[in-house]
Design a protein around this ligand. Structure first.
Ligand SMILES: *[C@@H]1O[C@H](CO)[C@@H](O)[C@H](O)[C@H]1NC(C)=O
Ligand SMILES: *[C@@H]1O[C@H](CO)[C@@H](O)[C@H](O)[C@H]1NC(C)=O
Ligand SMILES: *[C@@H]1O[C@H](CO)[C@@H](O)[C@H](O)[C@H]1NC(C)=O
Ligand SMILES: *[C@@H]1O[C@H](CO)[C@@H](O)[C@H](O)[C@H]1NC(C)=O
Ligand SMILES: *[C@@H]1O[C@H](CO)[C@@H](O)[C@H](O)[C@H]1NC(C)=O
Ligand SMILES: *[C@@H]1O[C@H](CO)[C@@H](O)[C@H](O)[C@H]1NC(C)=O
Ligand SMILES: *[C@@H]1O[C@H](CO)[C@@H](O)[C@H](O)[C@H]1NC(C)=O
Ligand SMILES: *[C@@H]1O[C@H](CO)[C@@H](O)[C@H](O)[C@H]1NC(C)=O
Ligand SMILES: *[C@@H]1O[C@H](CO)[C@@H](O)[C@H](O)[C@H]1NC(C)=O
Length: 889
């Protein structure tokens, strides 16, 4: 009897409990349907009433309550408060959307939550104190929003936090002490905020802190010992703060520390010798502090060290010869200290050495003959020292050099003709303020990429050789204060220079000095101008076809070679052998709910059929791939990949994954990748509407051509916004053209080829890849000599796209005349006596007065963007503003 009633009670209890569960489950479904309605989520509730199988949803196995919800990267905005009704949620990812406003406090009621990611949205206001009720949360990510105020003390109760990420907000106040009391904390990132005060001296004391990144705040006081206490630290970034005191000895206990970046602070004292114990160290950057003492030789024990930057401190002594053991060292930067002694030949033996910056010290040896016997130096910066002796003839062995700075030393003797062998020299050749004498070697004329040349303040004599006219890229020259004689050769860069570039030479005559040499070179000058510009144009064309990418340290990227075209052809031939079954080496789909729908083998096979080819670009061919699931993909096959890409696969994958998270409506992000044999395939959404180039140019000769200015302006703004976002996250696009802008069914533009572009971290300051790339007609003139892709360069290419939109003309067209492209054609219209109206597509500008007015305003923007002087071009952000102003007026 007693047993029976007990059973009854149990059964009844079970009944009650299941009723409750059923109620909640039912409630979850209602909630999800309401969420579906709010956000119009595709694939939700359409054919399938089992919400547990909807994309992005995972239910708990035993009771069907929603446990995980992933709505990341859907460009969502609106009221998502409803989500807080899903009481069983353990895992919620709303990152990379457009949510704005304050974070709803009711989220604090999701007491089961273990993972909450609200990063990369536009939330403002402060971090809700109600989050203190998320007792089970292990990962909290609020990064990249517009949050303000202090980190609330109430969050102290989040004892289970493992990863706490709040970077890139506007948080102020100090880092609360309770963060140091979190015993599980492994990852703490709060960089790019306005945090002040000291770093808590218990931070990391109780937990195995692995990653601490607090750069770009206003933190002061010392680097606390506590962060090294558990010896688990792997990455430490404290750059750009106001930290003082010395580097703690205990740093040496963290054997797994690979990256130490503490530059731009007020640190004092010497570097602890225990640094040598950090066997994993690859990256040590402590520039712009007040560190002193000798550079410790113990660094030499860190065999993986690739970058050592100690610039602008108070270091004395010599560079330890032991540094020759650092076979992985790529950059040694010690400029702006008080170092002396010989230029360390042991380091020059390093095969990987790429940058040696000893400038602004007291080095007093001579330049060793072995200077470039083994290294592949690109930057040799020895200016402002006390270096003696002659420049050795062996300098000609430094064939990879981009920049050679030897100014302000005590160098004597003559300039070795072998300098003319350094064909890559392009950024600068500076031999100024030395004791050089003799004549300038004729061979210098071979340096046709060199932009800046400085021979000033020496005792050089003789004529300025006419062969220097071979230096087609010259912009800056300085021959002043020497003993040069005779006429200054007629050469545009010379005559365009200020006369100060030639002053202080008693025997020189001709322009730009107002000293006449007689009738020697009165004509031929104008003629030459044409020749030069013609050749520069050729150089630009050449660089559009051949792509030079030189990769340095930290950032790996896609290396391509001149043989590109040939290999692309080869690939075309093998592509016909469709009988071969592709061997997939690797592949991934970043978007979880698409994994089922994509088959790697089908992707690879699609790229083997020429009939699937959609387009062909500078870096890739694009194919259409129909999946057995019915899904259609656009697959980009990268051209002529260097073998290194296979070696650096993991880095590439990480890079891609990072890019796949970039959230902007106007950027096309990689959805995944497939690597088979030696081909790399990138997967993207397929856009039925094709590219902007097709949109603008394919229909223009049809009788029913009926263009619409408003949609074109919206496209122009969209592209500008996408690029402004890229620049905001420090990515420079490599190949902006209308063929790389895709249009969705609403004509929303998406900028493609983003992943080909490189990731530069400006706070790192060392990502020195130089590359020239792009499509003919879009390449800014300065790329021909700087070989460096830049944000202003992107603005120029964007300006060309905008001109295309305004004129419905191709960027290069024989109609413009020989050697004239769209930009030149537009810019020279006034000289031809044409009005701006005559440039615009008349089928648009004559439709209404309002359209014409807007188009003229947009033309002004395009003209600014395509200024030949990079500095005169507006920033992409400004371009967006100017274009938006047009729509508002
Ligand atoms: C729903 O069913 C229709 C017709 O059966 C099908 O075409 C469509 O792709 C299905 N949608 C989803 C999201 O499964
Ligand atoms: C479902 O499983 C979880 C853990 O496995 C448990 O805590 C919960 O009580 C279960 N729910 C039901 C209704 O049995
Ligand atoms: C958002 O939705 C909730 C109900 O889910 C409602 O209470 C709230 O007022 C809404 N907020 C706004 C700003 O519309
Ligand atoms: C959230 O929880 C608090 C206290 O636990 C309660 O007062 C409040 O009504 C809850 N809010 C919602 C929307 O459930
Ligand atoms: C946010 O932080 C969590 C925990 O560290 C991490 O797993 C997640 O990937 C981050 N989200 C984004 C978009 O990076
Ligand atoms: C933090 O910022 C808020 C405004 O967002 C301001 O009211 C407050 O005074 C600031 N606090 C500190 C300590 O600077
Ligand atoms: C941190 O923990 C220590 C003891 O472990 C305690 O005395 C201190 O009050 C805690 N500090 C905070 C801010 O919670
Ligand atoms: C150096 O780097 C290599 C490759 O990343 C790694 O395998 C090795 O363990 C590192 N050496 C040390 C001492 O950390
Ligand atoms: C280095 O330069 C010297 C002098 O110009 C030359 O004789 C020698 O062959 C060069 N060595 C290499 C490896 O190029």
């Amino acid at each position: 009897m007693a047993i029976l009633s007990l059973l009854n009670i149990l059964l009844f209890g079970l009944f009650l409990r299941s009723q409750l569960v059923i109620a909640q489950v039912f409630y979850d479904e209602i909630t999800l349907l309401a969420i579906e309605k709010e956000f119009r989520l595709s694939g939700w509730g359409v054919n399938n009433s089992d919400y547990c199988s909807w994309p992005g949803i995972i239910c708990s196995l035993n009771d069907s309550m929603v446990e995980r919800l992933d709505l990341s990267g859907h460009g969502l905005q609106g009221n998502f408060t409803l989500i807080s009704e899903l009481k069983g949620l353990k895992w919620l990812d709303l990152s990379n959307n457009n949510f704005h406003g304050i974070i709803p406090p009711v989220f604090g009621n999701l007491s089961q939550l273990e993972f909450l990611d609200l990063s990369f949205n536009k939330f403002d206001g402060s971090i809700p104190v109600e989050f203190s009720r998320l007792r089970n949360v292990r990962a909290l990510n609020l990064s990249n929003n517009w949050l303000t105020g202090a980190i609330p003390d109430e969050l102290e109760s989040l004892e289970n936090l493992l990863e706490f990420q709040i970077f890139t907000n506007r948080l102020n106040g100090s880092i609360p002490l309770w963060v140091g009391n979190l015993t599980n904390l492994k990852v703490f990132t709060a960089y790019e905020n306005e945090l002040s005060g000291t770093i808590p001296d218990n931070l990391g004391a109780f937990s195995g802190l692995e990653l601490l990144n607090l750069h770009s705040n206003r933190l002061e006081g010392p680097i606390p010992e506590s962060i090294f206490a558990m010896e688990k630290l792997e990455v430490l970034v404290l750059t750009q703060n106001l930290l003082a005191g010395s580097i703690p000895e205990s740093i040496g206990k963290c054997k797994g520390l690979s990256s130490i970046r503490i530059g731009d602070n007020k640190l004092i004292g010497s570097i602890p010798t225990d640094i040598g114990n950090i066997s994993s160290l690859t990256y040590f950057e402590a520039d712009n502090n007040d560190l002193s003492g000798e550079i410790v030789s113990e660094f030499a024990q860190c065999s993986n060290l690739t970058l050592l930057n100690l610039a602008s401190n108070g270091f004395t002594g010599t560079i330890p010869t032991e540094f020759g053991d650092l076979s992985n060292l790529q950059e040694l930067i010690v400029s702006g200290n008080s170092l002396f002694g010989e230029i360390p030949t042991s380091i020059l033996r390093g095969k990987n050495l790429n940058k040696l910056d000893l400038s602004n010290n007291r080095f007093n040896g001579s330049i060793p003959e072995s200077i470039c016997n083994t290294s592949k130096l690109q930057y040799l910066l020895l200016g402002q020292n006390s270096i003696r002796g002659e420049i050795p003839h062996e300098i000609g062995n430094c064939t990879k050099l981009l920049e050679l700075q030897l100014g302000s030393n005590y160098l004597a003797g003559s300039i070795p003709p072998e300098i003319g062998h350094i064909k890559n020299l392009q950024i600068a050749l500076n031999l100024s303020s030395n004791h050089l004498h003799g004549q300038l070697p004729q061979e210098l004329g071979r340096l046709d990429k060199l932009v800046s040349l400085d021979f000033s303040n020496n005792q050089l004599s003789g004529n300025i050789p006419a062969t220097l006219k071979g230096m087609l890229s010259l912009i800056e020259v300085n021959f002043s204060n020497n003993h040069f004689t005779g006429p200054i050769p007629s050469f545009v860069p010379f005559q365009k220079s200020p006369n100060s570039s030639f002053l202080g030479n008693k025997g020189l005559c001709g322009d730009p000095l107002s000293i006449s040499c007689g009738s020697l070179d009165a004509y031929g000058h104008h003629d030459y101008h044409h020749k030069v510009s013609y050749r520069i144009i050729l150089a630009v064309i050449g660089s559009g076809l051949a792509v030079f990418v030189s990769v340095t340290v930290v950032v790996l990227l896609f290396m391509m070679r001149e043989k590109q075209e040939k290999e692309a052809k080869d690939a075309g031939i093998s592509a016909d052998e469709t009988t071969n079954k592709p061997v997939i080496l690797a592949g991934n789909v970043f978007i979880e709910n698409l994994r089922q729908a994509i088959e790697f083998e089908a992707v690879a096979k699609a790229t083997m059929k020429e009939s699937n080819k959609l387009s062909s670009g500078t870096f890739s061919n694009v194919y259409r791939a129909d999946m057995p699931s019915g899904m259609v993909l656009s697959v980009k096959k990268l051209k002529s990949m260097d073998k290194t890409i296979i070696h650096h696969q993991n880095k590439m994958i990480r890079e891609l994954e990072k890019l796949s998270k970039l959230s902007h409506d106007n950027l096309m992000r990689p959805m995944g990748f497939v690597i088979y044999e030696d081909a790399v395939l990138l997967l993207h959404q397929f856009f039925q509407n094709g590219t902007l180039a097709q949109f603008l140019h394919d229909a223009k000769n049809k009788p029913d051509y009926n263009p619409d200015w408003s949609s074109r302006l919206a496209i122009a703004i969209g592209v500008a916004e996408g690029l402004a976002f890229l620049h905001h996250v420090a990515i420079i696009h490599l190949d902006i053209s209308s063929s790389n802008v895709f249009l969705d069914s609403n004509l929303k533009p998406l900028v493609g080829e983003v992943e080909i572009s490189k990731l530069l971290d400006p706070s790192r300051g060392t990502a020195s890849i130089s590359a020239v790339a792009g499509s003919f007609g879009y390449i800014p003139p300065e790329y021909a000599y700087t070989m460096q892709v830049t944000a202003p360069g992107n603005v120029y290419s964007y300006g060309v796209v905008l001109l295309e939109i305004l004129t419905t003309r191709l960027p290069v067209d024989e109609e413009f005349g020989e050697g004239i492209d769209l930009v030149k054609w537009v810019h020279t219209a006034p000289a031809r006596g044409e009005t701006p109206e005559q440039i615009l597509d008349a089928r648009l500008s004559t439709v209404s007065f309002a359209w014409r007015k807007e188009m003229l305003a947009a033309l002004k923007v395009a003209l600014l963007c395509t200024e030949s002087t990079p500095a005169k071009r507006p920033m992409m952000k400004k371009v967006v503003e100017m274009l938006k102003e047009i729509t508002q007026n």
